[in-house]
Design a protein around this ligand. Structure first.
Ligand SMILES: [Zn+2]
Length: 164
């Protein structure tokens, strides 16, 4: 199901789907399938007036690809139904990319703000930039980090979860 929205010459689409993903526990070796609900967003640009359809297709295809990728990423973060462990490698990867995302978005604002705070003038502007950096960090946490990590289980259902 795609919901295309026309925004000027840029097309945006979102896609939500249910995916069946293989789950394999690195701790106890348990394997099963898991049904995961995931969302993805995509955009397409039409550089010429004639290619709006192509750009729309591109946006929808990207959104579908992103939601399938999110489903796989969600499955990797799930706790094993048999031993209850989450994959340490998946958690490390998730923490790494979460910190990277926070650093790329928030650090420039905070550093920029700190530069003005260290000077004599424009201190108000410095605080403003620090606040913008903090708000970015909080919004990334609540839109992307928290739902992925803590709500992974709510969006997922193990299939054949009983021990084989
Ligand atoms: Zn396990």
């Amino acid at each position: 199901m795609g919901i295309p929205v026309y925004v000027g010459k840029k097309f945006e689409a979102s896609h939500e789907g249910a995916y069946e993903v293989e789950f394999a526990c690195r701790n106890c070796g348990y394997e099963c399938d898991v049904a995961v609900r995931a969302k993805g967003h995509g955009s397409g640009h039409s550089p010429f007036f004639g290619d709006d359809g192509g750009a729309l297709d591109e946006a929808v295809a990207k959104a579908q690809w992103a939601s399938a990728r999110n489903a796989r990423a969600t499955a990797r973060l799930l706790a094993c139904p048999r031993c209850g462990q989450r994959s340490k490698a998946a958690i490390l990867g998730f923490v790494f990319f979460s910190l990277l995302k926070l650093a790329l978005v928030s650090a420039p604002c905070v550093l920029f703000g700190a530069y003005f705070l260290s000077g004599r003038y424009y201190r108000g502007f410095g605080w403003l930039m620090v606040a913008v950096g903090a708000i970015c960090a909080i919004s990334i946490y609540f839109t992307s980090i928290h739902p992925r990590y803590f709500r992974a289980g709510q969006r997922s259902r193990f299939i054949r979860a009983e021990p084989r």
